[in-house]
Design a protein around this ligand. Structure first.
Ligand code: HGY
Ligand code: MN
Ligand code: MN
Length: 412
């Protein structure tokens, strides 16, 4: 066996090639779950998995796996992975770096003639972003038993399509039952998507926990009326009420130094005409906090505000739950392995919390799990300007390689 080495050119080349799949006429990258672009991305990744000599397997929710049995069929596999679906007008690293980094590690080990004591699987989980079909991290949630596969397949998207039908249409509705590979442990390599590592000059993030997530869709019913003739005192303005919620959330999370974050990412008015008082407003609320008690308190405060607002503005308000995940703590032993591997490579490492949701938070329900972060330039993500220095991308993959070798070494 030779010393396994990350092939930087292959890793960066595949990242770029995958990043070119799903661009529109203006060059914007969007590969929403189970779209044609997602199907093309999946086909490319499956092709690279076969090129690496892996067995390609797909489960019923479309989770895609490359498996290297490594002659250790009886042992539970180590699983690496992330996702390749994107948000709208995305960068090329979110999720894809973890799938292709995991594949690169396995390919490097195979090319070096390594004989791991357990199989290694590389996963690309379905619908991690949750933009078209809620909740996010859906494929790994189903895989970990947190959501029934039939219920997930029946999910209706923001565009009225049904997930199961779309997966079948793109040819990625697989035969295997979610959970068919019971991992020994799960490792996810990912860009930080925030400013911490860059600000502190650290190269590697050893992610020890991940914050709780609350997604809701709020519908406000008012009354359409003439923008010019209706006295302000007579208005039941759904648009104004929606705006009051947005400022309420911002004021709440901006007080003191609470780590709670709140985002209203989607909003639509009806009839959406310049001279008609909105009769209806529909918008989403994304609330997150590393502390479950504080997150619950923010949800209660929002409900109370909505009740008061309905009273004050003479509108009706209904709320639909889209996702709710409690904070997760990752495996301390694997976090230490990440720190040790970074230190041995002379890479400054920092323990940290993940602000973003990840498939690792679902896989932590099945087995010991942890994440490796690399810096995001300017802390930017979910944005085409998302960027990580090539040297950092390679360094992260090298740390992953080292932790994988430790987790798959034999008893000898
Ligand atoms: O929403 C998230 O944090 C992840 O990008 N799905
Ligand atoms: Mn991601
Ligand atoms: Mn994302």
């Amino acid at each position: 066996m030779t010393d396994p080495r990350i092939d930087a050119g292959r890793l960066l080349g595949r990242l770029k090639a995958l990043g070119d799949i799903g661009r529109d006429g203006d060059g914007r990258l969007t590969r929403l779950a189970a779209s044609d672009a997602d199907g093309a991305g999946r086909d490319a990744v499956a092709g690279w998995m076969r090129e690496a000599g892996l067995e390609v397997l797909v489960d019923r929710i479309g989770n895609l796996f490359g498996l290297w049995q490594a002659g250790a069929e009886d042992a539970a596999p180590l699983m690496l992975g992330s996702h390749i679906d994107t948000v709208i007008d995305a960068g090329i690293h979110d999720g894809c770096y973890g799938v292709l980094g995991g594949l690169e590690v396995v390919q490097a080990l195979r090319e070096a003639g390594a004989r791991p004591a357990r199989p290694i699987a590389v996963a690309a989980f379905t619908n991690e972003e949750g933009v078209r079909y809620a909740p996010d991290m859906m494929g790994s949630l189903v895989y970990a038993g947190g959501l029934g596969v039939e219920e997930a397949l029946a999910t209706r998207g923001t565009d009225g399509t049904v997930l199961g039908e779309e997966l079948a249409r793109i040819g990625h509705a697989g035969p295997h039952e979610p959970g068919f590979l019971r991992p020994h442990a799960y490792l996810e390599l990912h860009i930080e998507q925030g400013p911490v590592l860059e600000r502190e000059g650290a190269r590697i993030g050893a992610v020890e926990n991940l914050q709780g997530i609350s997604w809701q869709r709020v519908t406000i019913g008012g009354e359409a009326n003439h923008a010019g003739t209706t006295p302000m005192s007579m208005r039941r303005d759904a648009g104004h009420a929606a705006a009051r919620v947005v400022t309420f959330l911002r004021d709440r999370v901006s007080r003191g130094n609470s780590p709670t974050v709140a985002t209203v990412g989607c909003m639509s008015f009806e009839p959406n005409a310049i001279n008609v008082i909105p009769s209806r407003a529909v918008f989403t609320v994304d609330l997150r906090d590393p502390d479950e008690v504080r997150l619950r308190a923010e949800e209660v405060a929002l409900v109370r505000h909505l009740d008061e607002l309905a009273e004050m503005e003479g509108v009706t308000i209904s709320v639909e739950r889209l996702a709710r995940f409690e904070p997760v703590t990752f495996d301390a032993g694997i976090v230490r392995l990440i720190e040790d591997a970074a230190r041995r490579r002379g890479l400054r490492c920092r323990r940290m919390t993940s602000g973003a949701g990840h498939d690792a938070q679902m896989m932590a329900r099945l087995c010991p799990a942890a994440m490796i972060f690399v810096p995001s330039a300017g802390g930017i993500s979910h944005n085409p300007r998302e960027h990580t220095e090539p040297a950092d991308l390679v360094a992260g993959a090298e740390v992953l390689l080292e932790v994988v070798r430790t987790l798959t070494q034999g008893p000898g």
